[in-house]
Design a protein around this ligand. Sequence first.
Ligand SMILES: Nc1ncnc2c1ncn2[C@@H]1O[C@H](COP(=O)(O)OP(=O)(O)OP(=O)(O)O)[C@@H](O)[C@H]1O
Length: 183
Amino acid sequence: MSSLLRFEGVTCRRGGRILFEDLDLELRQGEALHLSGPNGSGKSSLLRLAAGLLHAENGGVHRGSVALADEHLALDRELPLARALSFWSGQVDEAIDAMGLRRLEAVPVRLLSTGQAMRATLARVAASDAALWLLDEPLNGLDADGVERLDALVAAHLERGGAVLAASHGPLGGTWSRMELSA
Ligand SMILES: Nc1ncnc2c1ncn2[C@@H]1O[C@H](COP(=O)(O)OP(=O)(O)OP(=O)(O)O)[C@@H](O)[C@H]1O
């Protein structure tokens, strides 16, 4: 299976503090890694490094195509949900259904509740054709149905040969390798 993400000897410094040092990490097709650790330990920073939004102080990050779900919706707040998602992909129907958003497709993004917005973010990631999904606290705001849908989405993505790296304080469904950052 080919590698979708590789960290080689990565050191991350933020706000003058070294968060982690000389980190090696590899995610191959079909692999899922659950990142945990206390507040401020660097989980989001690691995801941002993986996404190419943050530069490593040292070391190399090698990646293919990535989609990031974090606190930024990355959807036009004034547009109806389906149109806003269409900015990212020509094929959004499957993702809309997978996250149970069909009855909200005509609702402007700015009116979505917290959990609905998380579902929309996950639909954006699912609609992308990125092989690597980076999920920052994907359980935030999700109800039980939303969590089930997330689990199913992840399982299908892994089955198709994708990979997922998720930072979460809560438990994630399915089979995940674990990595814990320390404070
Ligand atoms: N833009 C920034 N400039 C300086 N320091 C930052 C910046 N963003 C984050 N940090 C610091 O980096 C450290 C790690 O933050 P990060 O968000 O990666 O942690 P986290 O493990 O995701 O935390 P949480 O569990 O609270 O989400 C924190 O001490 C934070 O203050």
